[in-house]
Design a protein around this ligand. Structure first.
Ligand code: ADP
Ligand code: MG
Length: 252
């Protein structure tokens, strides 16, 4: 369903992606892991159609994103849901209005239908009772939950999560992962989660891709990466489980 083929991307002299390839099969979730600054968000932006590769292709259901533009591209990416790294809500809107926003913008549902859908969505993320609050009045975990509700409200075919738990305490982070898992079981989207939550994320994903120095160093199942004896992969998993991932100073 998502097929990333030999993507190359440079910014100025910095060669960030040097031929990145992986697949996410229909209805499955892939964890995209790797050190900070190595290009994970850049990959998500290519899949979201926000960046174009210098070389290589992104296929969504067999459609090459690079060959689409304007209305056709928009129609395809409208079926995506995003939870960006700083997935902020609109401060001036209540939680309810934030979650209702995509429905009011993109659908012809009437206010009664919207209310029903938003409340059911908020119920699924445990935010009933907080719908009239503003983002400034709720915790970081609740903001993430509301962002997740907003991303899921249109029941997207593809969900892209960029560090959905970063900045949250471990328990709240765990509840966000559990929520992603239960939403996935309900909607069956195809998804990518960029995360440092190793090994916790492995219980909710089907595939793992490890990005290292601009290429996918490992692609396989969670149990395969946990069992790997590769001298580069092992310390990475080990450091991550000890919460010691270092920034890479020079991308690529
Ligand atoms: N629009 C851009 N212009 C220039 N450099 C960029 C741009 N986007 C990302 N980069 C650089 O690409 C590298 C990878 O960034 P990113 O994908 O955000 O890393 P991460 O793996 O932490 O998500 C970084 O060195 C970043 O500075
Ligand atoms: Mg990032």
């Amino acid at each position: 369903m998502i097929h990333v083929q030999e993507i190359h991307k440079s910014f100025g002299n910095a060669q960030v992606l040097k031929g990145v390839s992986f697949d996410v099969p229909q209805g499955k979730i892939l964890a995209l892991v790797g050190r900070s600054g190595c290009g994970k968000s850049v990959i998500l932006k290519h899949i979201a159609g926000l960046l174009k590769p210098d070389n290589g292709h992104v296929f969504i259901n067999g459609n090459d994103l690079c060959n689409l533009s304007g209305r056709k591209l928009l129609r395809l990416i409208e079926r995506f849901g995003f939870l960006f790294q700083n997935g902020a809500l609109f401060d001036s809107m209540t939680i309810f209005d934030n979650v209702a926003f995509p429905l009011r913008e993109k659908t012809r549902l009437n206010e009664r239908e919207i209310r029903e859908k938003v409340l059911s969505d908020l119920d699924q993320v445990g935010l009933i009772g907080s719908e009239e609050k503003f983002p400034s009045q709720v915790s970081g975990g609740m903001i993430k939950r509301a962002s997740l509700a907003r991303a899921l409200i249109e029941e997207p075919d593809i969900m892209l999560f960029d560090e959905p738990t970063t900045g949250l305490d471990p328990i709240t982070g765990q509840s966000i992962l559990a929520l992603i898992d239960s939403c996935h079981k309900r909607f069956g989207f195809t998804g990518i989660i960029v995360t440092h939550e190793i090994p916790r994320v492995f219980s909710i994903v089907d595939k793992v891709a490890l990005l290292h120095e601009g290429v996918v160093l490992f692609y396989g199942s969670p149990s395969e990466i946990m069992e790997s004896n590769d001298p580069i992969i092992r310390p990475f998993i080990h450091a991550a489980t000890n919460g010691q991932i270092k920034e890479c100073t020079e991308p690529g």
